[in-house]
Write a protein that binds this ligand. Structure first.
Ligand SMILES: Cc1ncc(COP(=O)(O)O)c(C=O)c1O
Length: 427
């Protein structure tokens, strides 16, 4: 039999088990033991063959993120604020900065710190309409934030009190707008209704150095005209109240591609937005135009690799689910593109089959909401021990993951291959 140890024959193998004495416990500090692994691979397959990962692995594709960011920056007729919540990984922020992004939409003091660390010269826009006093104070005095959104007189009062009635604030009234064309509605929680916005618009105009309005048509907006309708409505509103606008922020919502959710191409959105801005050209003279894209910038540039722990008929139990990075596969039920990977094919009875079957999935937690209906199209002979790559998860993926039931992974790697949809020739 082949001796596969490096020990000389006859000599007892050293045990891999370290007995925990007081002195070596001190050496195994938690920060060392739990240190996440960050590596770069040519492809997802290479990563799987090398790591045989027991826990989910989050893959980043720097070239894809960079290309998408450059494309968006080139096409949008104004300033682009990357919505940090979408994917706050410091590496992602670095790819975006390297691609030319210098403005960030932040929603918490933690995001302020991350964006500031990514680029000290970046301009940060605190676009959460409800902020703590501590977050306003630290963002204004420690990080030089001057741009804040709000949707109530109470929040305006709070911002003014905390900043000692600063005279250099750029304040944005968040307006409630229809999210009817979005796969993911963001309406209901934030935004002042149009018919109740008058008092706030006038008060903000009086308090702000520069005044803006902002809105969000909803995430994964499938209809370009939604932006034009919103711009028309907003322009009519500010006109009616006689307030001069310094900044028009048309929010995020620009879509990415998912099976069953194929939006028009990005340039169709840009065309509609440019047309709407042209319609109001005279009133918008000198007005800064901004947007807050998240998903469209990074979705394609990330994926999750999960392992099959059990197969029951056409149901697979995975080590990743809706309490992890696959949150959107539960509700609203995104069917992420998938690709299966098998290591040790010969030892395991053969390669993954070309024949495909429909599967639904469960995540690892005990909660029945940890279910992903799909259907996901995977090789018919997929089995325990195979891995599945889920694409389009650069946005709202790992950032949504919890440690519920003790399931959590911090392994992030860079891969140099193309995203699944490109490999499939879809994109
Ligand atoms: C205020 C704000 N801006 C921007 C975004 C990014 O939206 P999207 O990823 O749909 O572009 C969000 C998403 O929740 C948001 O709440």
């Amino acid at each position: 039999m082949k001796n596969n140890t490096s020990e000389p024959p006859g000599r007892p193998r050293r045990s891999n088990v370290i007995s925990l004495t007081k002195s070596n416990v001190a050496k195994i500090r938690p920060s060392q033991a739990e240190k996440p692994r960050h590596r770069a691979y040519r492809s997802v397959e290479d990563m799987v063959f090398d790591l045989r990962p027991e826990l989910p692995v989050y893959c980043l594709r720097p070239a894809t993120i960079s290309a998408m960011a450059k494309r968006f920056l080139k096409q949008f007729p104004g300033d682009v604020l990357y919505a940090v919540k979408t994917n706050p990984d410091p590496r992602v922020l670095r790819y975006l900065v390297n691609a030319g992004v210098r403005n960030f939409d932040v929603a918490s003091i933690a995001e302020v710190k991350l964006a500031h660390a990514a680029a000290q010269d970046a301009r940060l826009y605190f676009m959460h309409p409800v902020k703590s006093r501590e977050a306003i104070k630290s963002s204004y005095f420690d990080y030089g934030v001057r741009d804040y959104s709000l949707d109530s007189i109470e929040e305006l009062q709070k911002i003014l009190e905390v900043t000692n009635h600063a005279s250099d604030l750029n304040l944005y009234v968040r307006l409630a707008i229809s999210n009817a064309n979005a796969a993911y509605s963001l309406s209901g929680k934030f935004g002042v209704a149009f018919d109740a916005a008058g008092e706030l618009l006038v008060a903000v105009r009086a308090a702000a150095k520069r005044m803006g309005v902002c809105f969000h048509v909803g995430s994964q907006c499938m209809e370009p005209e939604a932006y034009a309708l919103a711009i028309d409505k907003v322009m009519a509103l500010v006109d009616m109240h006689g307030v001069k606008l310094d900044i028009l922020d048309i929010g995020g919502g620009f879509p990415s591609l998912y099976p069953g959710l194929t939006p028009p191409p990005l340039n169709a959105y840009m065309k509609v937005i440019k047309r709407a801005l042209k319609t109001h050209e005279a009133k918008l003279a000198g007005c800064q135009i901004v947007c807050e894209p998240g998903r469209v910038m990074v979705a394609e540039g990330g994926s999750t690799v999960a392992r099959v722990e059990l197969r029951k008929g056409n149901v697979l139990y995975l080590n990743e689910g809706t309490y992890g990075s696959l949150f959107d596969a539960g509700f609203p039920g995104f069917v992420f593109p998938v690709k299966a990977v098998r290591a040790d094919a010969f030892a395991r009875g053969g390669m993954l089959s070309q024949e495909v079957a429909e599967f639904s999935l469960y995540g690892p937690t005990c909660d029945s909401l940890d279910a992903m209906k799909g259907p996901f199209h995977l090789p018919a002979n997929i089995a325990e021990g195979d891995w599945i790559e889920f694409g389009q998860l650069g946005s709202y993926g790992k950032t949504m993951a919890t440690s519920f039931n003790g399931f959590q992974s911090e392994t992030v790697v860079e891969v140099a291959d193309k995203p699944i949809l490109t490999q499939m020739g879809v994109n």
